[in-house]
Design a protein around this ligand. Structure first.
Ligand code: ASP
Length: 576
């Protein structure tokens, strides 16, 4: 139907007769004898000139035949890739008429998201959405190629499945043939991929849909896509290398630039330096330990197990009201308080160089130590929090991000591997520790003895991949030995019967020869969003749900007709 694409015409096409198809982006008529039609397809826009009048409206679908020519001098449009050219002597054939669109098909138009989603098919025509979904496709194909090249086999696993162990609320699907029974939509292919390892597929991957019935936010949808992978006879470092290759290839394909090798740090180090297991490495400043500076302090505010400091370059100009707000914020985050020091040229009656409510009470050594340890210079601000170790790190780490205020999609892309996560994240109400990852994660071999004596100190062989402060994904070396699995289930308070009914089929499979294995999964929506410079994953998903879980386009979720309910053996209860 067409000879090429609107946005791809260039000087070499001058003189050629072309036939282009697309949507009318704009039309301007000059009397009855001349009309300009801006024609849009997925590649861009080109101006078409008709010697006569046209009966067209915005978003009509048309085919245009004409001859490519240079625009007359002075009529070029530098804002358009094809702005030096136009298609002249055009005849226009209307392929489909269109009602006026609900909003302008332009990136500049600021449209309510619910309206965009209700008319997503119009929204998708906007250059931004075209670019985002294409970038996503580039990312997916680069990932697929990288996994192929590394010898991984793509295997599809079922969507109609049984409960999986990620710990999120699950979607259930009623069974028609076995009334009263339900399938569960998988939170991830976790168990299936471990079964594939027992099945001898020693390098598996899948671009997998995962489904979790959890509250939605900018970086979370009910259904999302992961690169899911698992391999046998590999170490943790092998997995990190496999995944790094896929991610760096994808980033390079999307941006044209290969990011440097991904930094690795332990969970403890991440907490110490950044106060979080999702460090944002775009911010150069890290937390520093001020423990030795205030070791013998007489200042009550600093008498705590840990004192952490943070340099804010150029922060000395921060207003008093902003500093007060930061103190309140630190308290809201759970700290007893926040100390701040503007670093100034020496002042008359305080220790040299500090402007702070605490300036007078610090000893000269402490003042000097504070400045030295943080590397602060006149013009900077230093923030300090004193508390239990975790709390001090977490609060100051959160302020580090908030003070820098850089949105996730902006600036360079800084990846990090965080390894050696704790096995358990806390102790639950029932007195049992709560798994930090899922219950199939292998404890660190050196910490096996601590499982019963000091569970919270047990490190695991679990790892996360982080990008600009967003968790991209996680994985672990798995337990393939029945005795260790039993010990972990016991520590988690999962009884033998419970384990049998939930994961019995996996444990059963393990009795038939389970290779040591390890794996990982990362969110492709999140990766694509950041690479596209977007704040929300909805911008890289063709048909996302709104924050409240609805789809304004289809109206889902919807009530089922009485007949359908009966067939499924279901009766609904009216909402309270
Ligand atoms: N199944 C895990 C998840 O979806 C990832 C993994 O451990 O491989 O988070």
């Amino acid at each position: 139907m067409r000879t090429g694409l609107c946005g791809e015409l260039d000087a070499t096409d001058v003189g050629n007769e072309v036939r282009l198809c697309g949507w009318v982006a704009r039309r301007r008529e000059h009397g009855e004898h001349l009309a300009f039609v801006d024609l849009r397809d997925r590649s861009g826009i080109v101006q078409c000139v008709v010697d006569g009048s046209v009966d067209l409206r915005s978003e009509y679908v048309v085919a245009v035949r004409g001859t490519v020519r240079r625009r007359p001098a002075g009529m070029e449009n530098p804002a358009l890739a094809t702005g030096q050219l136009e298609v002249g002597d055009c005849t226009v054939e209307v392929l489909a008429t269109a009602e006026p669109p609900p909003f302008l098909v332009e990136d500049r138009a600021d449209v309510d998201e619910a309206v965009r989603l209700r008319h997503r098919y119009v929204d998708l025509r906007r250059p931004r959405m075209q670019a985002n979904l294409r970038l996503r496709a580039t990312v997916v194909s680069a990932i697929r190629r990288a996994m192929d090249l590394q010898g991984f086999c793509e295997v599809e696993t079922p969507l109609l499945w049984a409960p999986t162990p990620e710990g999120a609320r699950e979607f259930a699907v009623p069974s028609r043939l076995q009334k009263g029974s339900f399938y569960v939509l998988p939170q991830s292919p976790q168990i299936a991929k471990q079964l594939l390892m027992v099945g001898g597929f020693d390098r598996y991957f899948q671009i997998a849909k995962c489904l979790r019935d959890e509250d939605l936010r900018a970086d979370r949808q009910f259904e999302f896509t992961q690169l899911d992978m698992e391999a046998s006879f590999v170490t943790q470092d092998d997995v990190l290398d496999f995944v790094s290759a896929a991610v760096l290839d994808a980033a390079e394909a999307a941006t044209g630039e290969r990011p440097p090798a991904i930094e690795r740090m332990t969970w403890t180090e991440a907490l110490d330096r950044f106060g979080t297991d999702k460090p944002d490495l775009r911010i150069p400043e890290a937390l520093v330990d001020l423990g030795s500076v205030f070791e013998k302090t007489g200042v009550r505010a600093f008498a705590a197990p840990t004192v952490k400091g943070l340099r804010v370059p150029g922060g000395a100009s921060t207003s008093r009201s902003r500093l007060d707000a930061l103190v309140e914020r630190a308290k809201a985050l759970g700290a007893g308080g926040l100390a701040w020091f503007r670093i100034v040229e020496p002042v008359a009656d305080g220790p040299p160089g500090l402007d702070s409510p605490l300036a007078r009470v610090l000893s000269e050594d402490e003042a000097r130590g504070l400045v030295q340890a943080t590397g602060a210079r006149p013009g900077d601000l230093v923030l300090a929090v004193a508390d239990e170790h975790r709390a001090a790190c977490r609060v100051l780490g959160q302020l580090r991000v908030e003070v820098a205020g850089s949105p996730v999609g902006q600036g360079p892309h800084r990846y990090a591997w965080v390894v050696e996560f704790p096995m358990f994240e806390s102790v639950g109400a029932d007195g049992h520790p709560v798994a930090a990852h899922h219950p199939f994660t292998m404890p660190h071999p050196e910490d096996l003895d601590l499982m019963t004596t000091d569970p919270l100190a047990v490190r695991s062989q679990a790892y996360d991949l982080v990008l600009n402060g967003w968790e991209l994904g996680s994985g672990s070396v798995r337990i393939h030995r029945a005795d260790i699995q039993a010990a972990v289930f016991a520590a988690l308070g999962i009884s033998d019967e419970d384990a049998e009914s939930r994961f019995g089929f996996l444990m059963g499979a393990f009795r038939y020869g389970a290779p040591p294995h390890a794996g990982f999964a990362f969110g492709i929506d999140r990766l694509a969003a950041i690479l596209a410079g977007e704040e929300s994953i909805r911008e890289v998903i063709a048909f996302p749900k709104t924050q409240s879980g609805g789809d304004p386009l289809t109206g889902a979720p919807k009530q089922l007709a009485a007949g359908s309910l009966a067939e499924l053996g279901l009766r609904t209860v009216a909402p309270a």
